[in-house]
Design a protein around this ligand. Structure first.
Ligand code: NAD
Length: 305
C-alpha cells in the first residue's frame, strides 16, 4: 500500500497518558472528575462501547457511573433526572447515550444537560458557541478528526477539504471547526448530485456516512489525506468469500469504515484505518472534554440557572 496508515490507537494512548497526569494534578487540588452516563434500556450493541468507555475512564482516573434507567421512563422524568444531575455538585460531566426509546425527544434531553457539564458538546448553546470560534465543549468525533490533522502536521489554512456526511454530531460541527481554521470546506450528503467530483478535489477528505465501500480509489485525489469516520458492522468473509461463522454457527461480524482501503490506500498519502483510526480518538476526546469540564467547574462554580 502506498499510503501511510494513521495509528489512532497510539495517538489515543498518548492522550490518555497526558490526561492521567492532569487528573492526578487536579486530585491534588481536591478536584475529582466524575462522569455520569445516562442510558435508557440496555441496547446490546452499546454495551461493549460503554464497558470500553468505563475502562478508559478508570485508566486515567475519572470516576465513571453508568445509570441505566428503565424504558418506562417518560420524557418529563428523563428531563427531571438530567436536572438533578445538573445540580449535583458531585457530578462534573453528563453524557446521554443514544438511541433513546421511540417517542423521546433526544434533542430536548441533550439540550437540558447544563452546558458546563455537557461533555459531548450537544447542548445547543455549546454548538452555537462554535460558530463564534469559542469552544466550550465541542462534539468528540469532530475534535478527534481535528486532533488527527494536528498530530499529522496537516496544514489547514487555504486547504480544500470535503466532508461527506452532514449530521449534527459529525459533519456540521467539523465543517465549522475547519472553516474557523481557514480551510475551504465542501459538505456533501445524500442529495449531492456528483459526489466523486467533490471528493476528487479534496486535499483532505473526511467521510462520515455509514456505508462501507462508499469511497473508492478513483474518487480520491492523489496524495490526499483521507479520514474515515464510518463504523458499520458487516458479516466477515474468509479468503474464499464465504461468511465466517462463530462458535454458535452465527455469521461473525467485523467493523468496516466507509472507505475502500485497498484502492484508496494506493492513491492517498495518509489514511485512517477502521477499526483503529478515528474511533479510539473519539473516546480520548470524550475523556479530555470530561477533564476540561471538571477543571472549569472548579474554577467557576455556578448553578445551572
Ligand atoms: P447520520 O446517519 O446522522 O448521517 C449520515 C450522513 O451521510 C448524512 O449526512 C447523509 O445525508 C449522508 N449520506 C447517506 N448516504 C449518502 C451517500 N450515498 N452519499 C453521500 N452522503 C450520504 O450518521 P452519523 O451519526 O454522522 O454517523 C456517520 C457514520 O460515522 C456512521 O457509520 C457512524 O457509526 C460513524 N460514527 C463514528 C464515530 C467514531 O468515533 N468513529 C462517531 C460517530 C459516528
Amino acid at each position: 500500500m502506498r499510503a501511510r496508515l494513521i495509528d489512532g490507537k497510539a495517538m489515543a494512548r498518548e492522550i490518555r497518558t497526558g490526561l492521567a497526569r492532569e487528573v492526578g494534578e487536579l486530585a491534588a487540588r481536591g478536584i475529582h472528575p466524575h462522569l455520569v452516563v445516562l442510558a435508557v434500556g440496555e441496547d446490546p450493541a452499546g454495551q461493549i462501547y460503554l464497558k470500553n468507555q468505563a475502562r478508559q475512564c478508570a485508566e486515567v482516573g475519572i470516576r465513571h457511573t453508568l445509570k441505566t434507567l428503565p424504558t418506562t421512563k417518560t420524557e418529563e422524568e428523563l428531563v427531571a433526572h438530567v436536572m438533578s444531575l445538573n445540580y449535583d455538585p458531585d457530578v462534573t460531566g453528563i453524557l446521554v447515550t443514544l438511541p433513546l426509546p421511540a417517542g423521546i425527544d433526544a434533542k430536548r434531553i441533550q439540550g437540558n444537560v447544563w452546558r458546563e457539564k455537557d461533555v459531548e458538546g450537544m447542548n445547543p448553546a455549546n454548538l452555537g458557541a462554535l460558530l463564534y470560534g469559542e469552544q466550550l465543549t465541542t462534539p468528540c468525533t469532530p475534535l478527534a478528526v481535528m486532533e488527527i490533522l494536528r498530530r499529522t502536521g496537516t496544514a489547514l489554512r487555504g486547504k480544500e477539504v470535503t466532508i461527506v456526511g452532514h449530521s449534527n454530531i459529525v459533519g456540521k460541527p467539523l465543517a465549522v471547526l475547519l472553516v474557523n481554521e481557514m480551510a475551504t470546506v465542501t459538505v456533501c450528503h445524500e442529495a449531492t448530485a456528483d459526489l466523486a467530483r467533490h471528493t476528487r478535489s479534496a486535499e483532505i477528505l473526511v467521510v462520515a456516512v455509514g456505508k462501507p465501500g462508499l469511497v473508492t480509489g478513483d474518487m480520491v485525489r492523489p496524495g490526499a489525506t483521507v479520514i474515515d469516520v464510518g463504523i458499520t458492522q458487516i458479516p466477515d468473509t474468509g479468503p474464499d468469500g464465504k461468511p465466517v461463522l462463530d462458535a454458535e454457527g452465527r455469521p461473525r461480524l467485523r467493523t468496516a469504515g466507509d472507505v475502500d482501503l485497498a484502492t484508496v490506500g494506493e492513491v492517498a498519502d495518509l489514511v485512517t484505518p477502521v477499526p483503529g483510526g478515528v474511533g479510539p480518538l473519539t473516546v480520548a476526546m470524550l475523556l479530555a472534554n470530561t477533564v476540561a469540564r471538571a477543571r472549569r467547574l472548579a474554577a467557576a462554580p455556578r448553578g445551572p440557572r
